[in-house]
Design a protein around this ligand. Sequence first.
Ligand code: ARG
Length: 645
Amino acid sequence: MLASLTLLLAPVSPSPLLSVNRLSHIHTSHSLPAADLLRATSRRLVLATKIQSVSTMADEEVNVGNVKRKLAKLFEASLKATVPNVPDVEPLVAVCTAKFGDYQCNNAMGLWNKIKGKETEFKGPPSVGQAIIRNLPQSEMIESCSVAGPGFVNVTLSKTWIAKSVQKMLIDGIDTWAPQLPIKRAVVDFSSPNIAKEMHVGHLRSTIIGDTLARMLEFSNVEVLRRNHVGDWGTQFGMLIEFLFETVPNWEDGNGIAIGDLQAFYKASRERFKNDPDFKERAQKAVVRLQGGEPNYHRAWVQICEISRNEFHRIYRRLGVHLEEKGESFYNPYIPEVLKELTSKNLIEDSEGARVIFIEGFNIPLMVVKSDGGYNYASTDLAALWYRLNEEKAEWIIYVTDVGQQQHFDMVFKAAKRAGWLPADNNTYPKANHVGFGLVLGEDGKRFRTRDTEVVPLVDLLDEAKSRSKAALIDRGKDVEWTEEELEQTAEAAGYGAVKYADLKNNRLTNYTFNFDQMLNDKGNTAVYLLYAHARICSIIRKSGKDIEGLKNTGALVLAHADERALGLHLLQFSEIVEEACTNLLPNVLCEYLYNLSEGFTKFYSNCQVVGSAEETSRLLLCEATAIVMRKCFHLLGIVPVYKI
Ligand code: ARG
């Protein structure tokens, strides 16, 4: 209980802008009046108890699924007893890398450095380690402990406890294993293509990665504002509108279809803009008229946005991704006030006719007003950040774009820190993070593109993934065995799942090579392999003919065989892995977990007979638990599970 409360109560450093209305949310600050602090604190207490009451666990059991944190709590108590004169020693608990145990506590060495030379009963790190073991509170979690090497305390978990915990999950549901994060609301700014321009593979990566991060946060009971920050404002609209007036005279009675292929339209208008000075001048004036709110300019803009939006939605629908559009234009009215505030805080200076913010560590300043008086990408992002913190009261704001935009976000975040919107310390909420990713490369090692177009149309790409996976299913005779609907659904699940998983399994910062053959392979670390592994488990359970729901309550899960124990332990580590993937913003951590889970299952299944064995009930329960955790992983990765192969 205590451990999680300290986490929930982590203070936010004082922020000058922190207004009382922000406190109605859950931020606390050192500068708060006592009554407000109390109110904010008790709200958090409510939050903590609420999460607890969801499960059927006893009162002291928070972090139901988080083994690492549960152990940390035990070691915290032991450390207090072992070195009462050294205050606030943070327990260092990690998964054991060597074969000496399941987890290890690494405090003995550091502690020894603090206490040696002083009056102490200990003779070195190993004897500190021994004392840590002696002082551990009794717990059913632990089977045995030992000290190894220079003082590592190794912990072997009790397999009875592992089995009990997995069975409890089967009864109470996987949601009791949801991570607990110290925040209530987050913004994930992802996908965010630009109106009238192509949505390219970079936006596809942003869509896939952002959706996963949002799903992990949602699973952790955080309210997520899924923001599509589309580029719907800016000088290109003058050009587009002028071109629309010129080439589609009856644009108003049309329904947008008149523009046809919007990308070709964009290209043609850009050509015109480049080659015709008269047109260019009209286009520039059109921007002013649009921004001045002239009705027909506004209507034309709305129509162009609508066409783009429909195109984007075709992709989102296929990918099963939900987004809420708040484009650049939305923040436009907030820019003047926000810049006024930054000016009053002496952040903004004149520079060669423009208005800029100089930021330590950067040679060039962040331009916030162009020399023609117009706003830009940075002014919009400052206004959007202000809005998200103050109006939407988000405590964590996550931006998913290619690494090329890292500097932009670094500068925006630093400016926000100087303004006091964000705390100086990166580990304190409210937080803003840029989640960068590398390029998508083609077979030739160059930026991914098709032979005849500059960028790959995403719809074509998804079509191809699906048709290839369908062909593979037909090859295996599934068109005869299954209904057309089953065939379609499985082809989509495997095809789109393959595209997503191939993207997510790599550390996002690295470039990745787009290769259909590889991603659709049914062997190796691919979505197809994993989906099949899941379906196979489901079929084992089906073929047993047993009522698995009933067995959850009547049967007992026992982990006798070493491979059963290993699988049970891996299942139990799900919660801490999701938490790690989520807090470090690294979906590949979850992919790796899922792949290892599947490998662990294979090992168990090849060494332990399930159906027809004496241990059938227990082993079926282990199969079911594996399938449940796999499905949750698929869900978090945005992959639709399949049940038949
Ligand atoms: N529209 C931008 C692009 O295509 C991405 C926007 C990302 N979000 C933001 N708040 N700047 O590059």
